[in-house]
Every structure is written in C-alpha cells, then in structure tokens.
Ligand binder design. Sequence first.
Ligand SMILES: Nc1nc2c(c(=O)[nH]1)N[C@H]1C(S)=C(S)[C@@H](COP(=O)(O)OP(=O)(O)OC[C@H]3O[C@@H](n4cnc5c(=O)[nH]c(N)nc54)[C@H](O)[C@@H]3O)O[C@H]1N2
Ligand SMILES: Nc1nc2c(c(=O)[nH]1)N[C@H]1C(S)=C(S)[C@@H](COP(=O)(O)OP(=O)(O)OC[C@H]3O[C@@H](n4cnc5c(=O)[nH]c(N)nc54)[C@H](O)[C@@H]3O)O[C@H]1N2
Ligand code: SF4
Ligand SMILES: [Mo]
Length: 874
Amino acid sequence: MKDLSACAARSTCPYCGVGCGVLLQPDGVGGLTVTGDPDHPANQGRLCSKGSALAETVGLSQRLLSPVVAGEQTGWDDALQLVADRFRDMIAEHGPDSVAFYVSGQLLTEDYYVANKLMKGFIGSANIDTNSRLCMASTVAGHKRAFGTDTVPGTYEDLDKADLVVLVGSNLAWCHPVLYQRLMAARQAHGTKIVVIDPRRTASCDSADLHLPLAVGSDVALFNHLLTKIDAAGLVDTDFLTHTTGIHEALDSALADDVSVTELNPDDIAQFCQMWMGTEKVVTIFSQGVNQSSAGSDKVNAILNCHLATGRIGKPGCGPLSVTGQPNAMGGREVGGLANMLACHLDIENADHRAAVRDFWSAPTMPEVPGLKAVDLFRAVGDGRIKALWVIHTNPVVSMPEADAVRDAISACPFTVVSDITARTDTARLADVLLPAAAWAEKGGTVTNSDRTISRQRAVLPVPGQARADWDILAEVGRRMGWPSAFDYQTPGEIFREYATLSGVAAKFGRDFDISGLSDLDAAGYDALKPTRWPVSATRQGGRFFADGQFYHPDGKARLLPVTWRAPAAKTEPRYPFWLNTGRLRDQWHTMTRTGLSARLSAHLPEPFLDIHPDDARDKGIDPADLVQVSSPHGTSILRARISRDVTKGQVFAPIHWTGETAPSARIDTVVAAATDPVSGQPESKASVVNITRFNAKWYGFAVSDREMTPACEYWAQTPTKSGYRAELAGSEDIGDWQIAARSLFGLPDADVTALEDPARRVARLAFHENGRLVAALFVAPEPVAVMRDYLATLPQVPDLLSGRAPADRPDPGPVLCSCFDVGVNTILTAVETKGLMTVEAIGDALQAGTNCGSCRPELASLLASAHQKEAAQ
Ligand SMILES: Nc1nc2c(c(=O)[nH]1)N[C@H]1C(S)=C(S)[C@@H](COP(=O)(O)OP(=O)(O)OC[C@H]3O[C@@H](n4cnc5c(=O)[nH]c(N)nc54)[C@H](O)[C@@H]3O)O[C@H]1N2
Ligand SMILES: Nc1nc2c(c(=O)[nH]1)N[C@H]1C(S)=C(S)[C@@H](COP(=O)(O)OP(=O)(O)OC[C@H]3O[C@@H](n4cnc5c(=O)[nH]c(N)nc54)[C@H](O)[C@@H]3O)O[C@H]1N2
Ligand code: SF4
Ligand SMILES: [Mo]
C-alpha cells in the first residue's frame, strides 16, 4: 500500500475508546482513504474491522442536511431562534430545572465543554447527563471512592509488560480489538497469561488460559474471595498499605462473603487465585460486565481493593485498567459531562469548587446540587417535570433501558430538540426541531482515550449542506439565549484553550486533571497538537498515577472499600425464568447509523439474534433458526434463535444494535429493566429477567432487492449488501396474494414477475425484472427459508435465482467472517478441508482472511478448532 503518512491528515477513529490514530486522505470528491497512523501511540498503525471500513461510512445518502422544524426544512436562523426562545420561556415559567440536555461520550471535548458551560453556568441547572451514565458511571464512582479522583492509573504500555491480564466483563477481542491485538502480540512475545471472567463464552475466550463463566452479577464475591486469599497467603503489601485506609473493614466484608454464589468450579477459582497471586505484573481490564450492574460500583471497588492491597497499581505492567467505550468517554468525564460533576474533576457539591468555576466563567449562577441522572432524567421527561429536552449525539429511544417508556416520554415532551447527522434514527423521528450536525472528518476537536491520551480529530471533508459542528450550534444557542460574550467562540481551539486554563484553576485545589501546560496553545499549536497523555503541567507530564502512594482524598490516602455481594436487582421467577444478557457485535457500532451503511460490516452478522442454551431451547420447543419472542414486564422483542453453548443454561444473550430503522421488533432495550446502581445511577443492562417463547410464524421470508425495501410485517430485519439490500421477514397472519405483497415490499408496481408458487405447501418464489434486469426476489415458506443467502445477496449476478441454490461453479461463500477481504465461512471451511490448513496463518496465506485488521483472527481460530474437532471425531 502507498505510504500516506507524508501527505495525509492525522485524526482519530470515531468509534471505541482505544482511540486509534488514523491517516485521512480525501479524494477530492467527498470520499476518503483511511489507514492506521503508524505514529499514534494507541495503535501504532493497526486498525480493526470498523476502523478499516470508515471510508465506507462517510457518504451522504442518509445525511440530514438542513434544520427541520415540525417536519419542514428550514434555515438556521429560524431553528436556533426557536430553540433559544422555547428554552428561555420554559426556564422563565418553570425554572431552570424544567429543561435538560442528554448528550454523549462521542461528543468532542470542545462540544462537551460548551454544553456543560451553557447548562451549569448559564441556564443554572445541572440537568445535563450523558449516555456515559449507561457506560462509565460505575467506574467513575468506584475510582472516586478508592482514589478520591476519577483517574485511570496505568497506560496501554502496561499490556505489553504484564505477565497476566484478567478480562472482567470485557469482550476485548470484539469491543477493543486493537488493544486485544496488542495483547496477542505481547502473548506471542513473552507468553502473557489471560483469564476471562464472563458468564458467556466470547471471542475473547479463544486465546484465554482460563475462562470463568461466573453466575451473572457475582463478580464482587469472586474478588472478595481473592482478597481473602491474598491476605491468607501473606501477600498484602504492608508498606503500600500505609498509603491507604480500610484494609480491615474490606477484609471483614470479604471474609463474610461466600464465593459459592459465583457457581464456579472450585478448582477454577483456586487456579485463578493462584495465577493472580503468583504474578506480580497483573493488569485487570474491566468493562460493561462490571459497570452495567446494580452492583457496578461495588464490583469496581472489589477489583481495586485487590490491586491496592498488593500495591499493584501504577507500576509498569500492573494495575486496574477500565477500558472506555466511546471515543471520548474519558474526555466527557474530564470535562464534567455527568450531572454530578464539574469540569476538570471538580465536584458540584463542593462550594469552593463551584465558586471557582463560576468566577472563571463569570457565570450568573451555578447549581448547588447534582442534576438528574439518565434514567431519572427520562422519568422526569415522562412525568412532565422536564418540559424542554435537547438530545445531542445519542439515540436513547434505542439505547436506554425500558426503551418504550423513553420513547413515550420523548413523544409527549412539549419541546424536543435532536442534533444528529441523520434524520433516520428512532429518536430523531420524535424531534420537534432536528438540527444537522457536522460529522466525523468534517469537524475538528479533541478526544481522550482509555489511557488518558488526548488526540486531535481533524476536519478533512467539506461540511455538507447546512450542517454545523455541535460546539458551534451550542454556542450560538448560548448567544441567542442572552450570553453573547460567554459563548463567543469562533474555533474549537479557543474552547480548548479556555478549558486548559480552567484545569490550572482546578489544579490549585489539588486536582489531578491538569492540562494547564496546553493553555497557551495558539491556533497553529492546536492544529499541530500531537497525541498527549495528561497531566500536562509545569510539574508533571503524562506517566502513571499512584505508585508513589499519592491519592486525592483529603488525607492523601486511598480507600479500600468494604463491599458485599448483592444479587442483581431482578429475580428470576416462573413467569420470567431466564436472565437476559446484552452486548456488542464485532462489526457494528451501537445503533448502526454509521457501521450499518457498510455492506462489508453488515455481512458479518446480518440479523438480530438470541443465543439460547440447547437444553433451554429443547424445553421451550425452539429449533435452530426459529424466531423467538423475548418478553419482560417492560416489553417484547422478536429475534432469531441461535442455539449455542456459549451461554449457560438459564441465560440468553442478545446484541444491542438493531433499531426501528433496521429491525423494529428487535430493539432489545424495550425488554431491559431500568434498575440502577444506587451509587452511580448506571443501569443494569446485563441482567434483566425474561421469558422466551417460540414465535408462531405462519410464514417466513427472505428477500433481496437492488433498492431499500419497506417491509410491514411483524418481524423484519434489513441490511445493505454490495448491490442493494437483503431482508429476513416473518408474520403470524396468512398473506393472501404474494405478488401484491411483494410489489409493495419492493416498491415495484409494474415490474415483470416470474413466480413459482405452491399454495398447498405454502411456498412462493418470486423474481422481479425491470427492462430485463433482475431487480428483486422474494422466497417464502412455512418454515425458516432454506436458501443460500450470501449467494443470493450478490444480485443481480444470480443466474438460476429461483432455485435458491448456488451452481457448482459458484459455491455459496457463507456468512462473511473476514470483512476486510470479504471471505465467507464456507470458503474458509472448504479451504481448510481441501488444502489441509492447520493454522490461522495458513488460512491467511491461502485466502488473505485475517491478514489486514486481524479482528476476525479469534473467530478463525475457533472455526479451525471446530473443523479439526469434527475431523478427529470422524
Ligand atoms: N464492535 C463494537 N465495539 C465497541 C462498541 C460497539 O458498539 N461495537 N461500543 C463501545 C462501547 S460504547 C463500549 S461501552 C464498549 C463495551 O465493551 P465490552 O464491555 O467489552 O462489551 P459488552 O459486549 O457490552 O459486554 C462485555 C461482556 O460483559 C459480559 N457480562 C455480562 N454480565 C456480566 C457479569 O455479571 N459479570 C461479568 N464479569 N461479565 C458480564 C457479557 O457477557 C459481555 O461479553 O465497547 C466499545 N466498543
Ligand atoms: N441493553 C443494553 N443497552 C445499552 C448497552 C448495553 O450494553 N446493553 N450499552 C450502553 C452503552 S455503554 C452506550 S455507550 C450506549 C450507546 O447508545 P447511543 O449513544 O444511543 O448509540 P449511538 O448509535 O452511538 O448513537 C449516536 C447517535 O449520534 C449520531 N451522530 C453521529 N455523529 C454525530 C455527530 O458528530 N454529531 C451529532 N450530534 N450526532 C452524531 C448518530 O447518528 C446516532 O444517532 O448504549 C447503551 N445501551
Ligand atoms: S480499535 Fe477499532 S474501533 Fe476502536 S479506535 Fe481502534 S480502529 Fe477504531
Ligand atoms: Mo459505552
């Protein structure tokens, strides 16, 4: 590949919190080439499948290009005056707490800073919360309780140096793939051991030395047990403990807990404790299996207790490492994006901190109490306390628990503003005012990744239509609401400088977040800013925290916290006998508004599904590929059944990505209960109770089309293909005339049709041609349709379409496993068999699969293992 580093712009990937550097080379006609930045410390040139496909997601086909008020396109002047007037009127009539902002860990720091300044300093309410409440809040609470500050002690380099890495509630292989590759490289180089603690078997288990499939929510009991073993073995670091308080209380609590609630094999528990205790250099990585729990904060502290007790913190190769989800989840924590924080790690409940920020902003007012946290915020929208809501860069109708109640609350809210890059989201569809935001690669700013590295995002594409950067929209609303000088920003660089200066004020209170060394960056300096790990001050540059025993509680010491296992908030019962776990897929990002535009990414797992243990499926009469209805007291979803031993008996798992736009019956958060952690307010997204039943479909369908379809049945899921779209369909009502139904589905009232119909068997196969060209086809059957989907999706190059089978000379490639080189499972299995391939490398040599981004390598390894197992059994 051509070396782009000389001429391309450096920027940062807009997806996960690894924060990979990218090189962007615009093609001059709205497109881009995206490659990994070899000089960025987070990724050193690597990208995962999502990062590698970024260029496929910058097209304008789905973009919102002008403001929309009450369904009509309009100009900025009208739209922003309306927003400013309605917010001002509500505040005048009902007080500042009658309005709220709900924002996102995907905002740039500069966007976040302006939103936070406007709400907290000028509107005078703390009702600004962020989707990071659903993501990082328990870690923030755990860090603050232990360290007195929300700070990640270590760095990514610790992964290179560790001898043991423990993944707790983290599917790193799919969710932080470049860090996972870094870990794989370290394992290759010096045999790093890996333990995965997750109730479910994931791709991250494929290279693990030990997988502990613990009972849902039982992490506190496991880490408490480890703490007692550390103590019993005399491994407590008594020198380091002089920098802490609470060891005795923490141990008493730990001793009172019973590790059997984890339902783990005692030998496995003993092996885990031996590995942890016997290895000085241990990094414990944790993510949503820890945070998204009604005991999330306690889970975090149970982990931190073990690191503090052994002094294994902030030293090369050891420490706890919370990996952040969104690209600027960490930046949002720093800039005070949460309802209970102020900028620069200052506390809203501290009068001195409040006064300092108020003075710095010359703000008229400052709230004295924290604002509403996400779940409570939408409840307040629902019961009419919040009368004007502005949602920026997030899609809560899909991603909040009890999502139907959130949808109803927003629908009923007197005034809702949504800023998004597309009008095609479940939330945007409910907006009174829709504001077109400039997207990634069209705007500049900064983000902070999981290891405190601040990186620039840079604009390289023209801003389309009337779109504007989020900070710019927010600042203009601030000016129109009556504060022209406080929001007089022309560039993101000015905002960043102000923020860096404020961090110097915070540092005077002894706060750790200090980037005052960047407060005199001029425009050129901001433009040229290289990835920089904070702190950046006269006295301190980057590095690790806490190995020196300096913490941020008033006494300078860390706290070990007494924590006790609590079961999840919901309880299984005969009506709801299953635990519903939810999470992410390798190639989709959240509600799919960007990754869902890439046919390559969509081909990995094109349909929403529910993983069910074989015993449970048998008990419930559910066969592979049946549709299954998942119900809870809050709602129902319909998904495709995948029968799998990856989940244990009594547990089911569903991905979070499908929406009203892509598969309306599969919005899984309609089913998830809004139970929260009492300390952090983070919802328990991974432990709802549900029932599952077979969905009694009268018919199943599979459709391919060269254009987007408009399905109208009870179950459908549609994804793009290289040449159009494919859809799965099903319904519980008989359809009288398949030709009429198909014409409406495809929007083809006049196209020529070739039909093979057998009403007695309730089978229909229809193909539509326009000007002799095959444009769409529908396959219907009374049971899940058996056709070669990946072959048919290559429409219109399908010769013998209505057979549904691929001819011998064009075998069906099967579902895509390697999205970079578009290599399907069947192609790989055939090569393994016919060429006798024994390793992932050999597959790469033969088919290229796995040789670009490497995100599919764990799956290649597991496919290889199962193929060889089958061979051995024959
Ligand atoms: N491909 C992809 N990558 C992403 C994202 C994406 O949408 N797609 N989103 C990004 C974001 S915002 C985030 S927050 C991260 C999330 O990254 P992760 O937290 O790694 O991802 P999840 O799949 O949400 O959940 C992780 C695991 O927690 C397990 N789990 C459930 N309950 C428990 C429990 O009680 N204990 C333990 N120990 N484990 C449990 C689940 O089985 C699941 O495998 O991913 C980021 N990266
Ligand atoms: N059951 C369950 N629910 C979950 C989770 C789970 O594990 N299980 N995980 C939770 C977590 S950790 C997270 S982070 C959330 C994520 O959930 P969301 O934040 O709701 O999901 P996204 O799809 O990332 O939404 C981002 C929106 O911003 C828009 N957008 C893109 N670029 C821009 C821009 O530059 N400006 C503006 N204004 N808009 C833009 C996108 O089109 C999209 O509509 O989901 C949470 N919900
Ligand atoms: S790991 Fe993938 S999604 Fe995450 S920042 Fe890097 S390229 Fe982007
Ligand atoms: Mo997240």
